[in-house]
Write a protein that binds this ligand. Structure first.
Ligand code: PLP
Ligand code: SF4
Length: 332
């Protein structure tokens, strides 16, 4: 007899049942698509992907909903915008092994997963060549050899794509391989999954993180307080209890969170859920993302308002990425 099939993890079911059709999303939110038609080219280049649990946190009938704006493949993406290019960070310059970016002293970034659970329209890696950077295990060993041979590397960052979109088996293999490198003291995971599909923070994942020899840092990518619900709060509480350091990174996005009140509410909500704000990124000038641009002056004004109203530890650092610099550029 064939073995009985195991019920798939809940989060894997959610991941294989994303909303990918703009008509479905617009109908679900009771929106008239003619008011902001989806761009055919934009969709073909970077498809729509939205977890249902995330769509449920959007307000019905509101084109200006801050969660919807992050994922809606608007026709405006297809407008020409001088100065916006496919790879503004010139990341291919820092790609010494497949899947590995070594740009800053002391830390390397691994493109651990070729896919994400959600497609964020402002994503700076929306045109990244994941096919070139989806190493098989043999190539991952080359990446680990590279890290093992350079004792200055103290932190390995799992990024992507979204590393938590990987199954537990692959993730465990990556984390265990990193654990074997003696000079690496911290593993950092950049992920949107605890927010967009909170069931991803399963018992199996927590056991894996608790068992890790190194300090574990999880940087959630949350842009607006409305992204939280009880499921997200429970996932973050579980990570906190597992001894994980929780930080948040946001992108400053026009008509999503480009006002001090929204960012202040976000910082307070993060703190209530054991997460500290880390970076607020000025968006990179990636083709197709010009409608999210915020001017430097507007960003600095927002930062002054945040500094005047929040304790220092709840004020994120405003940064921008400039190619060729030894770190992200701190603006405020
Ligand atoms: C942002 C980034 C890091 C991490 O930088 P921190 O300032 O430590 O958060 C590391 N490597 C690459 C390639 C990055 O883009
Ligand atoms: S989850 Fe991160 S990598 Fe994936 S599309 Fe969103 S911003 Fe880009």
């Amino acid at each position: 007899m064939p073995p009985a099939s195991q019920p798939a993890d809940l989060w894997q079911e959610s991941l294989s049942d994303l909303i990918t059709d703009p008509r479905e999303l617009a109908d679900f939110l009771q929106l008239d698509r003619r008011l902001d038609p989806a761009g055919e080219h934009a969709l073909a280049q970077f498809p729509l992907k939205v977890p249902r649990a995330f769509a449920e946190r959007m307000k019905k009938g509101n084109w200006r909903d801050p969660l919807l704006r992050q994922v809606w493949p608007s026709f405006v993406e297809e407008r020409e915008a001088p100065g916006f290019t496919a790879d503004p960070l010139r990341e291919h310059h820092y790609n010494p092994r497949p899947g590995l970016l070594h740009k800053y002293h002391g830390r390397v970034l691994l493109i651990a997963a070729p896919h994400c659970a959600i497609h964020c329209r402002y994503c700076f890696r929306r045109e990244f060549d994941y096919r070139e950077n989806s190493p098989a295990r043999a190539q991952w060993r080359e990446a680990f050899n590279y890290i093992g041979a350079d004792a200055s590397i103290e932190e390995v960052i799992l990024s992507g794509g979204d590393p938590l979109a990987l199954g537990d088996g692959q993730l465990r293999w990556l984390i265990e391989s990193i654990s074997e490198i003696p000079h690496v003291g911290a593993v950092r995971i950049h992920t949107r999954l605890p927010v967009v599909i909170p069931e991803r923070v399963s018992g199996g994942l927590l056991t894996m993180l608790r068992g890790c020899r190194q300090r574990v840092v999880v940087v959630i990518h949350c842009n607006h307080a409305q992204e939280f619900d009880a499921g997200v709060a429970a996932a973050l509480a579980a990570l906190h209890r597992a001894g994980v350091t929780l930080l948040n990174q946001s992108v400053l996005l026009k008509d999503v969170n480009d006002d001090a009140a929204a960012l202040s509410a976000l910082s307070k909500r993060l703190f209530a859920e054991n997460v500290l704000p880390y970076y607020l990124h000025l968006p990179d000038r990636v083709a197709g993302t010009q409608h999210f641009s915020v001017t430097l002056e507007a960003a600095e004004k927002i930062m002054r308002e945040l500094q005047a109203s929040l304790p220092g530890y709840l004020v994120p650092r405003l940064v921008r990425e400039d190619p060729g610099e030894p770190a992200k550029t701190r603006i405020v």
